[in-house]
Ligand binder design. Structure first.
Ligand code: UT7
Length: 367
């Protein structure tokens, strides 16, 4: 049976930094409150023209470069996102076109901030079952477009960014060892965007009521998160036959430093065993775990052979965890020139659009 290894990883964050002091000029808040209550010092904000798909594409290109895997060898692309480019088409299909992954299926996955863990679990199980050989998993967000910049209880929390993993099949043991996925829809109203879907289509009234923005009961979400993080981490370890001592690093969803500290207490582990970068990016929802993993690898906190646990929670309510043995790129892989692939993908996409126009002219006349 094949194992699903993480052979590539990459991230992309906008250049624009918004500090707590910048926020204090927009809403009634201050740097001391935000740092103390959340651990956030600054976050990144997408520039005009930068979107969930463009950040996802940038992170994907970086991950494929590390894995040395040509995009046309990908079998599957999953984009986990809470701020998709559109209701449809999927952001994943847009990424597929931009990187030229012309043999891949592509879809978006909606499980809010737990989405990256859900996507990783789904893709790794497809690899384990022998249905596919490789997958690109992306978490990407431009939540700055969905927050109410007049609501100090939410706008201080979120940031923009993307992170991606390449998963590949190998007969060597390792990679994704176990996963735990959970949901409790009875808490759906605690964190949501009330309008803009089929239940409440966008209208002047929904816009006037601000129902197209993120709404959250922060205290309830906080209590839920502190309850599930340690338990879910432990469950993933148990399923993978790992003890806490076997795990080099826990990479939690970066939503609030106090939630991460509660998880550390729950697992009786020191904070040094937890990856934390919320101070620099805030809560980037589905992107927070892969971005944190990229930085952990960069800082040497996660190296080949290390066991790690990824754990997250979010709207739904959803939560999940995953035990992982870190691999790195396959040794036999040859470096690839991603720019060549993306240029060719751009040209192919253009030719297909032109050809569709020409075909349409002929069929249009006949019809
Ligand atoms: O990916 C999942 C997404 N969501 C989460 O993870 C959110 C989980 N929840 C949280 O992180 C925390 O509940 C928050 C950071 C949202 C709020 O922190 P808190 O410690 O639970 O504060 P609170 O809501 O209990 O508010 C305490 C006080 C209130 O004032 P009063 O009523 O005590 O006078 C708020 O009005 O702090 C006030 N407050 C603020 N003050 C300055 C709330 N937001 C702010 C703010 N700046 N931005």
């Amino acid at each position: 049976m094949a194992y699903a290894h993480v052979t590539g990883w990459g991230m992309a964050v906008p250049e624009k930094v918004m500090t707590n002091d910048d926020l204090a000029k927009i809403v009634e808040t201050n740097d001391a409150w935000i740092r103390e209550r959340t651990g956030i010092a600054e976050r990144r904000i997408a520039a005009k023209g930068q979107t969930t798909a463009s950040l996802a594409t940038e992170a994907a290109i970086n991950a494929l470069r590390v894995a040395k895997l040509p995009p046309n060898e990908l079998d599957l692309i999953i984009v986990a996102t809470s701020s998709p480019e559109h209701l449809f088409p999927s952001t994943a299909s847009l990424v597929q076109d931009r990187i030229g992954a012309d043999h891949a299926g592509a879809f978006d996955l909606s499980a809010a901030c737990t989405g990256f863990i859900y996507a990783l679990s789904m893709a790794s199980q497809s690899i384990r079952a022998g249905a596919i050989k490789s997958a690109l998993i992306i978490g990407s967000e431009t939540l700055s477009r969905l927050v109410n910049w007049n609501d100090r209880t939410t706008c201080i929390l979120f940031g923009d960014g993307a992170g991606a993993f390449v998963l590949q099949a190998s007969e060597n043991p390792g990679g994704v060892l176990s996963s735990v996925l959970r949901s409790d829809g009875s808490g759906g109203d605690l964190l949501n965007i009330p309008a803009g879907g089929s239940a409440k289509p966008a209208s002047q009234a929904t816009i006037d009521a601000g129902q197209h923005f993120i709404h959250m009961n922060g205290n309830e979400v906080f209590r839920f998160a502190t309850r599930v993080m340690a338990a879910a981490s432990k469950e993933a370890m148990d399923k993978a036959n790992l003890n806490v001592e076997d795990v080099a690093l826990i990479v939690p969803h970066q939503a609030n430093l106090r939630i991460i500290q509660a998880a550390a207490r729950g697992l009786k582990l020191p904070m040094e065993r937890f990856m934390v970068n919320i101070d620099r990016y805030g809560n980037t929802s589905t992107a927070s775990i892969p971005i944190a993993v990229c930085e952990a690898v960069e800082e040497g906190l996660l190296t080949r052979g290390d066991n790690s646990v990824l754990v997250g929670f979010g709207a739904g309510l959803t939560w999940g965890s995953l035990a992982l043995q870190w691999t790195g790129p396959f040794e036999q892989a040859e470096p690839i020139r991603m720019r060549r692939y993306t240029r060719f993908a751009w040209l192919r996409s253009l030719m297909r659009r032109i050809w569709r126009r020409i075909e349409g002219l002929f069929w249009g006349r006949r019809g």
